[in-house]
Design a binder for this molecule. Sequence first.
Ligand SMILES: *[C@@H]1O[C@H](CO)[C@@H](O)[C@H](O)[C@H]1NC(C)=O
Ligand SMILES: *[C@@H]1O[C@H](CO)[C@@H](O)[C@H](O)[C@H]1NC(C)=O
Ligand SMILES: *[C@@H]1O[C@H](CO)[C@@H](O)[C@H](O)[C@H]1NC(C)=O
Length: 289
Amino acid sequence: MNISYSLNSDYSLINMLKPITKRCAIKIYISFLIILLISLSLCLRLLFNHSEDLNLQKESKPSNRTLGFDRIFVVHLDRRTDRRERLNEIASYHGLEFDYISAITKDDEQILRKYGSADMSPSQKACYLSHYFIYKQIIDRGYNSVLILEDDADFELNITAAMADIHRDLPASWEMLYVGHCFEGVGGQVGKGSQVHRLHKSVFPMCTHAYAVSHSGARKLINLIDPLIPRGTVDYSIAVIIKEGKIASYSVHPQLIVQWGDPSDIPNSQALTFHLLNSTLHFLGYNRT
Ligand SMILES: *[C@@H]1O[C@H](CO)[C@@H](O)[C@H](O)[C@H]1NC(C)=O
Ligand SMILES: *[C@@H]1O[C@H](CO)[C@@H](O)[C@H](O)[C@H]1NC(C)=O
Ligand SMILES: *[C@@H]1O[C@H](CO)[C@@H](O)[C@H](O)[C@H]1NC(C)=O
């Protein structure tokens, strides 16, 4: 009796416990599910963020579409729609991507007055500031390298192949690269340069119609060519710091991008034409007037 009782009571105890363990198991199961769901959603979010990062990187990855730089910025006077059309034709022929950046003009009097007293015409000041603000954008947007063009540009017909060779020779420590220039002497050659267009050390490159700036180059330019204390026009001010050895600069000879040579938007500066071997604009049917 005693035994059976105790057995019985044990049995009833087990019976009493059973629903509790069951409930417990369900609770554990549910919490496990919740934890699983939370970690799964965390994982997904991480993955998603990661792919967003990858997309961002892809957006500004150097490629042939940007001639091996993160971006190609075109300093553009909004009213010159003729120039924009011409550049769009060049872009579609070469498969290039341009970012048009509105230039500061001589009519932006407020900005010009702020940067004031320098002995330059309003157009020259506007040009100076347009380029200077681009260096700030390069830093703000975190680009490693940007090719800066003015909107009056003509390209060598095989520029993509030629630039691929130039990038092979370009030292990792480069800060500026003149793809086009005016009155530039031929400095010492850099790299193997098997083709016609070769990389050289810069001497005193003038003009700003086609030059690339690296991230570190942009930082230096912001400090070294302060528009509050200019040494002259923007191209001259940069050429001076290159000559002083304060920034690592290279030039391509013969140049791959020239000014097409419209009457210049900057009065007092002669319209300069330096010739390409094979002009893209000629190829596309344009003729200089
Ligand atoms: C970029 O252009 C060069 C020269 O034309 C070519 O050799 C290379 O394969 C191109 N790269 C890509 C990714 O298309
Ligand atoms: C580009 O074209 C020029 C002129 O036709 C030629 O001399 C040069 O070898 C070419 N460069 C490349 C990399 O194909
Ligand atoms: C470039 O010009 C040279 C000489 O004018 C010509 O022989 C060559 O075929 C041209 N190259 C291209 C890619 O049109």
